[in-house]
Every structure is written in structure tokens, then in C-alpha cells.
Design a protein around this ligand. Structure first.
Ligand code: CA
Length: 222
């Protein structure tokens, strides 16, 4: 039974969605603030997250970024305005899909099912090489937990979150360092080098999934 986290502050919208999902045998947790969503996520690591954008404490966009820095969980946005759709599409937030309010709950359930189906094959594939457990913030290589520094872990989680996407050094610094201004491009190169070395102890193939794109940045190819 897939577990779904819904972060939505409008009770009427949340209720119709919860009803539709529970009818389809999803196990739903509903919270009304971004912070509560983040807390639930870090403790329970649900299979899917549905995020409203206008939330009382911080935005669904910020919540998405925080989740993405630790996890590749599928994310669907509930958007209310055209300007929000533009942002979902333009910000490279790593969201998997979005629906516009007002929506039919049936449509949302169908989209969630589609995203979950799409996600199944890559995660089965990579489990033999690299597998990410966001709830414990660990990555295993061929079943062996990697002993990573905080920055190495964050870099690897970002790359694993979007296989095939090329990240520039600036983007990696921005996402993995609390104070990106203090670090330099070659900081990323040094961390990638040590990351590859640690992975290589377990599997040469796994180490080779992290690829350098000359003049561009890094990507992880499963
Ligand atoms: Ca709202």
C-alpha cells in the first residue's frame, strides 16, 4: 500500500483528495504546514508527496527544495495560478508533475499512479549499484552502506535524485552547501573525487555512474 503525504492548508481540497486516495487503497497522511510536512517526511519517508504551493509558513517550492536535497521521492504540486505553473516549470525544482486547481480528485489519483509506475523500474535497477535511503540519510552500494561526509552524502543524494540530469558545479554548490559563497568550484571536484573513491571500494561500475561532463558539470547515469 503506497504511503502518500499531502501538504495542503485548505481543508476542503485536502478532504476530497484524501477520500479519493483512501478509496484507492493509498495510505494518506495530511498536514497543513510546510514544516509539519518536512517533519513527517524526514521521519516516515512516504512513497509520494503532494504539495500545495501557498502554505502558511513557507512555500511548497521551498519545501520541495528541502525534500529534494535528501530524497528522490516523487512530488506532485497543486497549483492555483498560472504564475505558479510557470514557476513549477521554470525553476527546475525536480517536481514530477502538477495539477491545477480546481482539479478532479480522480485525475490526481491517476497522475499519482502514473508517476509511481514510471518510478518503479529505475529504482529496481539501481538497487544493485546505488540505493538511497532518505529516512536514514544513507546510500548503500551493492548492499554496503557508504561512509560519507555530510557534503559527499548531499552531493550523491542530489545526483541520485535526478539521474541523467547534468548539474553544473554552481548548482551543486548551491544545493549541497549551506554557505555556497565560501566554497569554490574545485571544492565540488574534490568531493566528487573522494565520493567516487569510496564507491569504487565496493563497485567499479557504481563509481562510473558518476560522470564528468567536460565544461558543464556532473551527472549520474544509471
Ligand atoms: Ca494554500
Amino acid at each position: 500500500m503506497p504511503t502518500i503525504l499531502i501538504v495542503e492548508d485548505e481543508p476542503a481540497i485536502a478532504d476530497t483528495l484524501i477520500y479519493a486516495l483512501e478509496t484507492e487503497n493509498f495510505q494518506v497522511t495530511h498536514v497543513t504546514t510546510a514544516q509539519a510536512g518536512l517533519d513527517h517526511f524526514s521521519r516516515h519517508s512516504p512513497d509520494f508527496a503532494v504539495l500545495d504551493i501557498g502554505l502558511p509558513d513557507f512555500t511548497g517550492f521551498d519545501l520541495c527544495r528541502k525534500i529534494r536535497s535528501i530524497s528522490r521521492v516523487p512530488i506532485l504540486f497543486l497549483t492555483a495560478r498560472d504564475s505558479e505553473i510557470d514557476q513549477v516549470l521554470g525553476l527546475e525544482l525536480g517536481a514530477d508533475d502538477y495539477v491545477t486547481k480546481p482539479f478532479s480528485p480522480r485525475t490526481v489519483v491517476a497522475r499519482i499512479r502514473a508517476v509511481l509506475r514510471r518510478g518503479q523500474s529505475p529504482s529496481q535497477n539501481d538497487s544493485s549499484l546505488l540505493s538511497h535511503q532518505p529516512d536514514t540519510m544513507t546510500v548503500t552500494c551493492c548492499g554496503n552502506p557508504l561512509e560519507l561526509t555530510a557534503h559527499e552524502y548531499k552531493l550523491l543524494a542530489i545526483l541520485l535524485g535526478q539521474p541523467g540530469r547534468v548539474f553544473t558545479r554552481e548548482q551543486l554548490l548551491e544545493q549541497a552547501w549551506d554557505d555556497p559563497g565560501s566554497a569554490m568550484d574545485r571544492t565540488i571536484d574534490a568531493h566528487i573525487k573522494s565520493l567516487r573513491a569510496k564507491i569504487r571500494r565496493h563497485s567499479e561500475d557504481a563509481a562510473n555512474t558518476i560522470q564528468t561532463r567536460r565544461g558543464l558539470g556532473y551527472t549520474l547515469v544509471l
